[in-house]
Design a binder for this molecule. Structure first.
Ligand code: PLP
Length: 432
């Protein structure tokens, strides 16, 4: 019995912009094979339409409440994607001075919709954000608050801040991307927050404007979001009693997607998420800030790679691709699952293979013991759901240039980042 590679079912799950037409994988209106020919591989391909659709899902689910979606830049920090979102009115959640500069380049007008998170903000980064007039500093320690007050004084600019509280809520996800427990480095113990806000009121350079929370990433169940926000809402009530003018509640990001082959209804997922946050907020009417990253960009993107070799070692078959862990590290780092489909639809007997990269690490794999129809050297495959924490985590390990990136808009495609050259990689180095 011949069997198609799981490809068809996977790409027709409805949650992805990748579909087969006349036997060739397309990203919206553009054939992926033609993109690989034109721009080479490894190549990240993104759908603009899908990114905007996902953004709109938040706008629609939270329509009853004043809110701003501050897209988490770390998920995919491409300037072109950021500009796309900024044009829809998105704000940005940043974690570094570098990401602040990205916002400025993508849309200077969006600087006033920036929230600045992160446990290790440096003085130059705080100064740059104060000068840029960002919306909110999400402060993660008492010591950081002292530095913020001191820098605000030096620059003569008041700093609006929220304490990022750690609500001690467990959310089921990979331990590396769980952040809401007291054992994690993130945030300030929610029990200590009230006293710190009280102390901050002594500085005329600090303005306590909000409370923020973020419990982790790739969270599929929505109850932990409700629990965390419930605790934050109770704190806000106390802070108001203490005389603080709290106008913002920042719910963080973290809403997960389905990386598998099953049906997934993203719209329903955002609606459930909105219902959970609404439950947590109760009667609280503060302006809601949301920091989704993965949910907006993950499924819009695929990493397209060419098969270099197929080799057998003992009982194992290895499909060696020209993309590796330096291009997409999620499988190596978190044992994350990504569906892999052939760019040209294939029929035949499926067999178990490992899909691996060329990097000199046994941990350099995209899939292990995955049932796939036979592929040959020269064939193209697409690693799906690679739009988030793909390119933004890419590195030059093994002195490999990072992939090119292409943005598809309907039937049009635009190169948004060219392939890095060996010359560029070596340029910052100095020989004594
Ligand atoms: N906000 C903060 C503070 C984060 O640390 C992260 C990522 O972990 C996000 C937002 C985005 O999370 P996600 O991409 O899961 O939505």
């Amino acid at each position: 019995m011949s069997k198609t590679l799981s490809g068809k079912k996977v790409v027709q799950s409805g949650a992805r912009p990748f579909v087969y037409r006349r036997g060739v994988l397309h990203c919206d209106g553009v054939g992926v094979a033609s993109l690989a020919e034109k721009y080479g591989t490894p190549l990240y391909v993104y759908s603009a339409e899908q990114i905007l659709r996902r953004f709109q899902m938040f706008a629609s689910a939270f329509r009853e409440r004043p809110h701003t979606v501050c897209y988490a830049v770390k998920a995919n920090s491409s300037l072109a994607l950021m500009r796309l979102l900024a044009r829809q009115g998105a704000g940005f959640d940043i974690v570094s001075g570098g990401e602040l500069e990205r916002v400025r380049r993508a849309s200077a007008a969006a600087l006033k919709r920036v929230v600045f998170s992160g446990v290790g903000k440096q003085v130059w980064e705080i100064d740059a954000a104060l000068r840029a007039g960002i919306l909110l500093f999400n402060v993660e320690s008492e010591a950081e608050l002292d530095v913020l007050a001191a820098r605000a004084k030096v620059l003569g600019r008041r700093a609006r801040f929220a304490l990022r509280v750690n609500p001690d809520v467990f959310a089921e996800t990979h331990p590396y991307i769980s952040t809401g427990l007291s054992e994690h480095k993130f945030g300030i113990d929610i029990k200590k927050a009230r006293a710190i806000y009280k102390k901050a009121a002594n500085s005329k350079w600090l303005e306590a404007a909000g409370v923020s929370v973020h419990i982790g990433s790739q969270i599929r169940k929505v109850d932990p979001f409700a629990a965390a926000l419930g605790r934050v809402t109770a704190l806000i009530a106390e802070l108001r009693l203490d005389g603080h003018d709290i106008r913002y509640v920042d719910a963080g990001g973290g809403l997960g997607i389905d990386y598998g082959a099953g049906d997934f209804d993203p719209e329903h997922q955002v609606e459930r998420y909105a219902a959970a946050l609404t439950e947590g907020l109760g009667r609280e009417k503060a302006h809601l800030l949301l920091e989704p990253g993965r949910f907006i960009v993950a499924q819009a993107g695929a990493l397209v790679t060419r098969v270099l070799y197929v080799k057998k070692n003992g009982a194992k078959t290895f499909v060696v691709t020209d993309a590796g862990m330096n291009d997409l590290i999620r499988p190596s780092l978190y044992h994350a699952h990504h569906e892999i489909v052939p760019v040209r639809q294939a029929w035949g007997r499926a067999a178990k293979v490992d899909v691996v990269g060329p990097v000199c690490e046994s941990g350099d794999f995209f899939a292990r013991d995955r049932e796939m129809v036979a592929v040959r050297p020269g064939d193209l495959v697409a690693v799906l759901d690679a739009g988030a924490y793909g390119m933004s985590l890419a590195s030059n390990y093994n002195t490999r240039g990072r992939p090119a990136e292409v943005l598809v808009d309907g039937a049009k495609s635009t190169l948004i980042r060219r392939r890095e050259t060996v010359r560029e990689m070596l340029e910052p180095e100095l020989l004594p």
